[in-house]
Design a protein around this ligand. Structure first.
Ligand code: FNR
Length: 189
C-alpha cells in the first residue's frame, strides 16, 4: 500500500490552542505508513464571493485535494464551530464545482475547557460535512473535556483514555481512506 497522507487543521489561531496541541498529539499516534501535515488557517481573509481566491486559499485547496483524508480539530465557540474554521471551509468549498472537500474521508476531534469537550461544535461540523459530501468517520468520538487540565506545558496530552480513542480514530480514518482509494481505483466510487 502507498503511504496514506492526512492533512490536519485546527479551528483556532491562537499559539497555545489546545486544539492545535491535540493535532500535534495526533501526529505522534499515527499508524505505520501514514503521514500527517498540519495546515495553519492564519492569514485566510474573510470570505467574499466578489474576490478571487488569494494564494493561501489556493494552497489550502490543493493540500486538501492531494490528501487522502482530513483531520479537523475544532474548538467550540457559542455552541458551534469558530468563525475562523467556517470561513476557511467556505473558501475551500467554493465554487461548488470546485469543492475541494468533495468525497473526502474526514475525522473530527475537539478540545474545550468545558465539560462537553466541544461536542456541540462537532455535531455542527458533521452537519456541514453532509452538504460538502464528505465521508466522516463516526467512531470513536474524541472529546477532550476540561482541556486546561489535560495538557502539560509541553503540549503532551495527559488523558490516557483520550489518547487511546484518538489512536483508534486515526486507525479508522486510515482504513476508511484506504477503502475509498481502492473503490476509486476500481471505479466503484
Ligand atoms: C468559548 N469557549 C467555549 N467552550 C465550550 O465548551 N462551549 C462554548 O460554547 C464556548 N464558547 C466560547 C466562545 C468564545 C468566543 C470563546 C473565546 C471561547 C471556550 C473554549 O473551549 C476555549 O477558549 C478553548 O480553549 C478554545 O480552543 P483553543 O483555542 O484552545 O483551541
Amino acid at each position: 500500500m502507498e503511504k496514506v497522507k492526512i492533512l490536519g487543521f485546527a479551528g483556532s489561531l491562537r499559539k497555545q490552542s489546545y486544539n492545535k496541541m491535540l493535532l500535534k498529539v495526533a501526529q505522534t499516534l499515527l499508524p505505520d505508513n501514514v503521514t500527517m501535515e498540519i495546515f495553519d488557517l492564519e492569514g485566510i481573509p474573510p470570505f467574499n464571493v466578489d474576490l478571487e481566491p488569494p494564494e493561501i486559499v489556493k494552497v489550502f485547496k490543493e493540500k486538501i485535494r492531494s490528501a487522502d483524508a482530513l483531520l479537523i480539530a475544532t474548538p467550540e465557540y457559542n455552541y458551534s464551530i469558530p468563525g475562523v474554521l467556517k470561513n476557511a471551509i467556505d473558501w475551500a468549498s467554493f465554487p461548488p464545482k470546485d469543492n475541494s472537500f468533495e468525497g473526502k474521508p474526514v475525522a473530527v476531534i475537539s478540545a474545550s475547557i468545558g465539560m462537553l469537550g466541544g461536542a456541540r461544535a462537532q455535531y455542527h461540523l458533521r452537519q456541514i460535512f453532509v452538504f460538502l459530501n464528505m465521508i466522516p468517520v463516526n467512531r470513536p468520538e474524541v472529546f477532550v473535556t476540561f482541556a486546561h487540565k489535560k495538557f502539560d506545558e509541553n503540549g503532551n496530552l495527559l488523558d490516557e483514555d483520550a489518547k487511546k480513542y484518538l489512536r483508534e480514530l486515526l486507525q479508522n480514518l486510515v482504513k476508511l481512506a484506504e477503502v475509498v482509494k481502492i473503490g476509486r481505483d476500481l471505479k466503484l466510487l
